[in-house]
Design a protein around this ligand. Sequence first.
Ligand code: CAA
Length: 258
Amino acid sequence: MAYQTLIVEIEDNVALVRLNRPEALNALNSVLLTEMGDALANLDANDKVRAIVITGSEKAFAAGADIKEMSEKGFVGMFKADFFGDATENFLRTRKPVIAAVSGYALGGGCELAMMCDFIICADNAKFGQPEINLGICAGIGGTQRLTRFVGKSKAMDMHLTGRFMDAEEAERSGLVSRVVPTAKLVSEAMAAASKIAEKSQLSAMVVKEAVNRSYETTLREGLLFEKRMFHALFATEDQKEGMAAFLEKREPQFRDK
Ligand code: CAA
């Protein structure tokens, strides 16, 4: 897969997608978002890939949507093109687990991109923010909705209204990220987490992803019913038989995604 704005590598069942616009701190322009959609669709369909890591550079995961590209746009053009609409849909369509590995700035659309992933591991130099208010706009790829669900109303309002940045320690304390690791080890730690996931039954992993995401979309009662039915459904798989037999026989399971 050759792209202008991304570098994609596949290593031992894990895909590493690196944002590659260093001249603009990985700002998300239309080319990058289109290529990201294409890369995710390809990796999701690739049987060799069982988990995906998205990362940027040490200085910036992504410093937001591309301000240069957006600056000349008007309402009618944005509305007709449903600007940024596809970006979210591409993530929602991806069924394999996706980890964001964030180093440096994850601002505006960059923070939103990280939040569209299934979980975020960040480096100790990470800085998250939704500074769109400084540009006379508001977040446009889910920031007001997702950040509020991650960190609660008070902190989300603070971040969106003041435009201040949140460091790694605050991000972990607030539940925005799952772990903080030393900057130099970010990619290896994220790849190790993805490799761990890649060892599991892909059926279980996809069910977990659907069920956890469902908790953001529905009532507790409906979510619990969905989870219970999916739990029942996994008993129709060979991987359930293998996983439980391996436990009882005190050996490692050999999952076959069947
Ligand atoms: N869009 C386009 N270019 C960007 C960019 C962005 N979001 N962020 C940085 N760049 C460019 C700069 O213009 C600069 O390019 P030039 O050298 O050609 O001038 C280059 O990247 C390096 O940036 P700086 O010189 O500014 O680097 P710095 O270390 O001094 O500052 C920073 C880093 C604090 C991240 C600063 O670049 C900054 O504030 N960036 C903008 C952050 C922002 O406002 N993001 C929100 C965008 S709007 C959005 O995302 C809407 C949405 O929700 C969909």
